[in-house]
Structure formats: C-alpha cells, structure tokens
Design a protein around this ligand. Sequence first.
Ligand SMILES: [Zn+2]
Ligand SMILES: [Zn+2]
Length: 275
Amino acid sequence: MKCASNAAGNRNSSSLEALGTHIAAGAVQNRPRVRTRLLAHLVDVGRQENHHFPIFARTSTEGEQAVRSRQVEECDSCHENPRASGHLCVVCDRKMLGPRLQELAVGSTPFTDIGTQFLSEWDSLNAARPQIKKVYQVLVPRDVRVRHNAYRTNQRATEEIRVFHSAQCICDMGTKTPALCNFKSCDICCLLKSSFNEFAFGDRFNTGRFGEGIYSYRNPSLANMHATAATSTPYRVMIACDIAVQSDFEVPDKESVFVPSADAIVPAFIIMYTV
Ligand SMILES: [Zn+2]
Ligand SMILES: [Zn+2]
C-alpha cells in the first residue's frame, strides 16, 4: 500500500515534472501559447479593475503582438495588424477603395517571372524586342475580387488566362512613385482605377468584332499596337491581366481575346517598357 502510494506519488511528481518541461518547451517552441497566457492574465487584471474589454480586443491584441514580435508579416498599410489578404490586414483590405500599386524590384523573382512571360509571348515580325524598364504589381480592392469570383462561379469560368491590354497613357507613369493620374483622357489609369469598368472619357466598353466588351491579347506585341505614350514619360505602358474563361475556351493567337464583362478581367501588373 505504502509502496503503491509512493509509486503514485512518484508518478505524480514525475508527471508534474513532465508537465513543467512540456510548458517550458511550449514557451520556447510555441509562442502563441505564451501570448494566450499573457492575454488571459491581462483580461483577468482588466476584470479585477472593472475594465470592459471589447470582444475584438483579443484578436487584435494578439495580432498586433505577433506583428511586434515579428512572428507574422505586418499589414502594408497600417503596419500594426497581421496580413490577412495579400499585403493587407482585414481592416485595411475592407477600407481600400482603389487598387494599390507596388513596384517590383528589378531582378526579384516576381519581376523576372512577369518579364519572362511578357518576352516569351511577344511574337512579332518586327525584329525590335521590347525592354522592360519597370513593373508595378496591381493589388485590386476586395469588391473587385468578390465580383470576379462570382463571375467565375456563375459562368463556370474555371480557367484563368494571362492576357495583355494596352491603350493611351497620358500621364508620366513610371517616372515617379507608383500612382494613377486623374486625367479623364488617360485610358490606362481610368481602366486601372475602375478595374475595366470605365475607359477614358467615361466610355464603358471597347467595341470590336464581338461587339461591346473588353478586348485584350495573349501576344503583347499585338496589344502594343494600341499603346500610346505621353511625351512626359520614356515608357510605353501595358497592363497584364487575368481573364476567367470556360475550360474549352480557345485562345486566338493572332486576334484579340474578348470578354463581355469587366467582372471577367482583373488587372495584375503594369509593365513599363520601351521598344
Ligand atoms: Zn492594416
Ligand atoms: Zn494616367
């Protein structure tokens, strides 16, 4: 009996030791556990002091702590909350009205990837090859992504295809920090701000062989024929986009690709180049 009791006592103390080791290990390896304990402590203190903690405080405090201790990447806009959607936190993502532009560093993997795609799809009888000078990534607002996803579901458009669209660019895109202009005549900026819902001078569509809609090209050298650069910039400007199409869609090589609705097309990159 005594032995049994001792044995039980030993078991208890050894399992307590094990628990201590486990917690210690957790404290080192599993920081969220520490955060949760700290948070529980703060909530307790708050209760004792009769503070009323709003229900969202828990998530936001935990998130902010994780950002401060560099366990997760910070939101690009508020620099406080963790990223949830692309480069933004949930709050900033919901507040974003227009697209955000982010310059890709020359030589970085995304810069090289989009450059390789642009040059390999460029098919022209003209021997002159384009030179990419700058690339901005386009981060579209949440409502644009929601409409695009709804279009994909409703139209059973399960495939995404990379296409290129160019048009008149009136502003000095690419010569300063990434920004869109407010000229009504700047097709490129109107298209980006509205995510293809509005062209220059308020026009709603391109008009082409399939009627009203949006026309782009698989081959950027064909899109280049629509590029008009302003005198204030040395660059031509083209938008790399993703269009949603049905799986049996055949992409024409030498002709434009038509989509009937702005919800079918999402801008992804702005490419500034010379030919
Ligand atoms: Zn934020
Ligand atoms: Zn512009």
